[in-house]
Every structure is written in structure tokens, then in C-alpha cells.
Ligand binder design. Structure first.
Ligand code: SAM
Ligand code: SF4
Length: 314
């Protein structure tokens, strides 16, 4: 469906939980996260029903299952299966990978086509420091292998670049992506509890990557700018919400695990479709609200993206 700025909105990011099995320093606080009761989270049936209404109302053609960590959500396979039985659409998932080794095959059987995996360092001690949990590169390499085995490729690996934390690993990530067959995408850090100077810009990322050879910009892939090395054809992506906002071509809306529809990541307030659903509003009323949210999607995030991604759905 087209919004009032003429953008085609056809991509739903669906958060199925606000919980996570790790605590990335740029995403969640270490402790003190208010516990959301199970009743406040959409049930499996409610999630599938709302997803179906949104997809129909806005002509959604792509759904990404996310969170929090989607694979800790009880019933995630039922949600995936239910959505896959709705209108045909591209169905993909973003995960930290920790539960992927045991779930990749079932996810593929349920209808997931591809996965993105998050990984912020290639060094075990740094991975554990960033995730505040005992996680190793081996864990993530096993997740990558399981994803390929289950037919969930091409696999993209997302790395949030942070000054003095992992910004010296850009070249290593590009080398590693060549060895493992994944495509790495570097993400500009969005404001979090970390100091402001944690931010590393797209241009700095390119400068560091160019130590490996001359870089040429290719055609963008959604919100990621794609770059390749002239000398060997290897590519990598950069998601740069600040240096290269791409709001003009944004095609996304988001449904949180609490059942709130957000038309922009920067908008913490949204429309509670859960309230409508639980007050017996019919599909037509909910569809109207969805269309209204799409039409009124903000022009841009205005540079004030607040990274509460685990709540809204990253
Ligand atoms: N738990 C899953 C994962 O980590 O892949 C899915 C949800 S997570 C919120 C989705 C993406 O948001 C991850 O790739 C993560 O790196 C990114 N993210 C979270 N906080 C961020 C921040 N402050 N800046 C940039 N990216 C962030
Ligand atoms: Fe969890 Fe993903 Fe946030 Fe890391 S980025 S804390 S894995 S939700």
C-alpha cells in the first residue's frame, strides 16, 4: 500500500517477544527490565490473526520475525507456520543465533526462507563482553552452518560497529564472511546507553574496509548500502540510519509483541491493535486503523532514532 509520501509500504517486521537470552550492551539494560506479563503479550492465535489483517489491509509481501530474541518465544514455530499459511509472502527471521542450531530445520519446515544472524565480534572474549553472556564464535559458526544446511541461505550477518569496542575488526569480518559464505552488514550504532562517541559513521567504516582494496558502491538492498571490492567481487553491506537514512524509500511497519503497530522505529507510541482485537473490533475496523497508520507514516525518523529495538522489534 502507498503512504501519503508515495512510498510503497509492503514489509512488516513482527516482534514475537520482548525477551532475550542475552543482554547486548547496545540494546538491553543488564537488569531492571520491567517484566511484561504473559497476558499483555499477543497470544499465538492473536499474532497470526493480526498479522493476517495487516497483510491484507496493507498488501504486505514480506514479513520478518524478530524480537527480542524470536527463538526464545514459546510457540514461535506455530506463529511461523500460521503466517506461512496466510497470503503468500516472503517470510524471514532475524536472530542472535544461539538457538538456531537446534531449530533451523524446524523453522525451514514451518516456512522461514532466510535468516539474518547478529554477531558483533570474532573474538570470544569480546562477544561475551558485548552480549554480557558466555557466547563464543563457535556457537555462531554452528548457527551459520545449521542455517545453510536447512536451506535458510543466503545468510546475512549483522554487526553493530562500536568505537573502541569492535571497530578494529571490520577487515577481519570481511575476510571471515568470505571464508564462511555469509554476507556481512555493518550497522551504525543507534543511540543507546553507551557513550555518544561509540558511534562510527558509514564513511569511517568504508575507510577501514578500503584497507582491503578499492571499494565500489553497488545497487542498494533495502535499507543497506551494498559495496564491493573491485579486485575480487566480494560484497558487504552498511546499514547507516544516520549517514544514509533511506527514509525516502522505507517500506516498513512494525507490530510489537504487545500488539502495537508502529509506522516508524523512531515512534515509541503506536496504535494498540491488541486493544481493538480484545474489544471485539471486527477485521474492517482494525484494517482501517492499519491503513491510517500507513498513510500517516512519518516522513523520516528525524535523526532521533531511539534504540528500544527489543521492545518495538529490531
Ligand atoms: N535478537 C535478534 C538479534 O539480535 O538478531 C533480533 C532482534 S535485535 C533487536 C535486531 C537487530 O537490532 C540486531 O541485528 C541488533 O544488532 C540491532 N540493534 C539493536 N540495538 C541496536 C543499536 N543500538 N544500534 C544498532 N543496531 C541495534
Ligand atoms: Fe537480544 Fe537481539 Fe537485543 Fe542482543 S540485539 S539483546 S540478541 S534482542
Amino acid at each position: 500500500m502507498r503512504d501519503s509520501k508515495g512510498r510503497d509500504i509492503n514489509y512488516l517486521r513482527l516482534s514475537v517477544t520482548d525477551r532475550c537470552n542475552i543482554r547486548c550492551i547496545y540494546c538491553m539494560p543488564e537488569s531492571g527490565i520491567p517484566l511484561v506479563s504473559h497476558d499483555d503479550i499477543l497470544s499465538v492465535d492473536e499474532t497470526i490473526r493480526l498479522c493476517g489483517i495487516i497483510m491484507k489491509a496493507a498488501d504486505i509481501t514480506k514479513v520478518r520475525i524478530t524480537g527480542g530474541e524470536p527463538l526464545v518465544r514459546k510457540g514461535v514455530l506455530d506463529i511461523v507456520g500460521g503466517i506461512s499459511d496466510l497470503n503468500p509472502c516472503e517470510l524471514v527471521l532475524t536472530t542472535n543465533g544461539l538457538l538456531l542450531r537446534s531449530m533451523a530445520k524446524q523453522l525451514a519446515d514451518a516456512g522461514i526462507e532466510r535468516v539474518n544472524i547478529s554477531l558483533d565480534s570474532l573474538k570470544d572474549d569480546r562477544i561475551s563482553r558485548i552480549s554480557r553472556r558466555d557466547v563464543s564464535l563457535h556457537d555462531i559458526e554452528e548457527a551459520v552452518a545449521a542455517a545453510f544446511d536447512a536451506g535458510l541461505g543466503p545468510v546475512k550477518v549483522n554487526c553493530v560497529v562500536m568505537r573502541d569496542i569492535n571497530d578494529d575488526e571490520i577487515g577481519d569480518f570481511i575476510r571471515w564472511s568470505g571464508e564462511t559464505g555469509v554476507t556481512v552488514r555493518f550497522i551504525e550504532h543507534m543511540p543507546s546507553r553507551l557513550p555518544e562517541d561509540t558511534f562510527v559513521s558509514r564513511d569511517e567504516i568504508i575507510e577501514r574496509a578500503s584497507a582491503r582494496g578499492e571499494i565500489v558502491r553497488q545497487i542498494d538492498d533495502g535499507t543497506a548500502g551494498i559495496y564491493s571490492f573491485g579486485n575480487n567481487g566480494q560484497t558487504f553491506g552498511i546499514i547507516a540510519p544516520f549517514s544514509d537514512p533511506m527514509c525516502n524509500s522505507c517500506s516498513r511497519i512494525r507490530l510489537s509483541a504487545l500488539g502495537t503497530l508502529h509506522s516508524c522505529l523512531a515512534k515509541e507510541e503506536g496504535i494498540s491493535l491488541k486493544e481493538l482485537l480484545r474489544n471485539d473490533a471486527g477485521d474492517e475496523i482494525i484494517s482501517d486503523m492499519v491503513r491510517r497508520a500507513v498513510i500517516n507514516k512519518p516522513d523520516s525518523h528525524g535523526g532521533c532514532v531511539q534504540a528500544k529495538m527489543w521492545k518495538i522489534g529490531g
